[in-house]
Design a binder for this molecule. Sequence first.
Ligand code: BGC
Length: 733
Amino acid sequence: MVPQTFFLLAAAMLGKGETTGDKVSRQAPTGAQAWAAAHSQAAAALARMSQQDKINMVTGVGWDKGPCVGNTAPINSINYPQICLQDGPLGIRFGTGTTAFTPGIQAASTWDVDLIRQRGAYLGAEAKGCGVHILLGPVAGALGKIPHGGRNWEGFGSDPYLAGIAMKETIEGIQSAGVQANAKHYIANEQELNRETMSSNMDDRTQHELYLWPFADAVHANVASVMCSYNKLNGTWACENDKALNQILKKELGFQGYVLSDWNAQHSTALSANSGLDLTMPGSDFNGRNILWGPQLNSAVNAGQVQRSRLDDMCKRILAGWYLLRQNQGYPSINIRANVQGNHKENVRAVARDGIVLLKNDGILPLSKPKKIAVVGSHSVNNPQGINACVDKGCNVGTLGMGWGSGSVNYPYLISPYDALRTRAQADGTQVSLHNNDNTNGVSNAVSGADAVVVVITADSGEGYITVEGHVGDRNNLDPWHNGNQLVQAAAQANKNVIVVVHSVGQITLETILNTNGVRAIVWAGLPGQENGNALVDVLYGLVSPSGKLPYTIGKREADYGTAVIRGDDNFREGLFVDYRHFDNAKIEPRYEFGFGLSYTNFTFSDIKVTSTVKAGPATGPTIPGGPADLWEDVATVTAVITNSGAVEGAEVAQLYIGLPSSAPASPPKQLRGFSKLKLAPGASGTATFNLRRRDLSYWDTRLQNWVVPSGNFVVSVGASSRDIRLTGTITA
Ligand code: BGC
């Protein structure tokens, strides 16, 4: 299907109003009505189901017993098919005709809601084409409070507002294709070490304002399902946590869909059922044993340990997700190996390219018909063993486009930096030399006489069931892998035109590289998926100006982040102060702050205007998906004029940060509450409009157990990063 068709379909399906061109208008979805209709269909179907049918609906068939990573048995009495749940957040795991999309972290670093939404829609289209009913993504936890965290790259960076917007756009995109999305991992699974034994202990306010926040966006976007995580929250397993599942997710956030367990994250029969778990996955442990529902749940229901109404509620929620996405009206049969790529590589290239963050440039970039370039490093070429040689990407060999684990996919093809640079060089008549390993010997020969030396370095991480070079999922440190610093130094010793390209799952410490004379540019190319080299060449040669912005802070040293992988339980002592909230609060100078990124042009900011109707006090609205309805209403608008004052076209991400009035409890000095990406021709101006919802001006009041707008003056800061503030204003409540 072409994108236009499914955008239109989607709009019709969820009843959310007009389409403009090929984009769905972003007016608030009428979620409550769509869910009510789905629930009444579900109730009708439920009446035709036996107790055994119900048990089957909520219990996976067991590990490795079906075509997908998760499967449930068909229920013939209601024509409910065998259901396929498949990873993951960047494509169809184990697919052979599917796209290797950009990881979440790259999508976040574009700050481009249209690209993020299109990525979601294409993910959904591929899932549907493969007959996948429930796609296991997107990821809002890990939020990335620990830079070493193995799975941070699957999600959207360490700011809850940015992650929340990305969750919404991705979920609406996926579900626009008729696929049930899954917001995972709920909640506070911030590291791989001991993820299946540890407890994440945190205070109520931190939970609400940081870790719950993007899940509230997911619920507000009508996500069909939520995956509870492996860890404990405040001493109780996330998948049998009455407070997290029943009280917060279902009651406070008004979640109408179902909770499914992470794979083998269930620990009890009746307790998990009564605490709010609705679907157990995969239905057994990884040895086919430890079956906690199925016959066990049947006995628990018969013994009155689990009420029949609870079992009915589980089924209604699962069925409602199925009806909400109209999967009852015909669905492709399950075939993970279908060829469904369409034109989706265009989104991969665009996200990979527009997510590139230019950190340093003394004028060497963009390149213009250089006479000779040198390409340096084992990570500039494809893995000689094959692009999919390592199971679940459990190695860091060759060019890096994604981390490892269940959130990885097969590449259909992979364009390495060297491939793309060579193609471009041929067109320009440029001579290219290659040093395709990380040995510092021989570098000087390869780089001699080059006008530009592209050194590619990496850092990788992933899920803890695979250990790569001593990293058990989480990274052991924030240094580049494979001699990266020494390789850059060796190149710079021999040639003063070094451009460092970083492919990384997250922050690395850049001090050695920045102290190396001859390093003229640093291009933070992130994790680009299958279009790796093409996206890089687009930026290096100035086909586009770089326009990505960091979705996390890069510190000068590891200790500056104030968080680390913890042995035992994590008490989240840093509270609200993670990433830039911490650097700002502790007055630590970062190397490159959250929201930072250079361009080939310049932007000026002017003419800030603030209008507001906000009134201090608690939220009072009825509960809709996402929480009290009034939390989601716009209460203030800020506009600013952005002008491209340079010589080439470019795009600026204008960012809005809020400082709460002094009547609020101690809070981070600045918190992101709006952004707008404007593409501007040289000399052109555009207006960045930031609509602030009530929630954007609220803090979580632990005594009232509600969101409260504090009285007084809010500082409104608009700028080009979290520390490059160009305009300020005030909102008074
Ligand atoms: C991961 C999930 C994934 C599941 C199924 C688990 O180990 O934490 O993210 O969806 O496996 O593969």
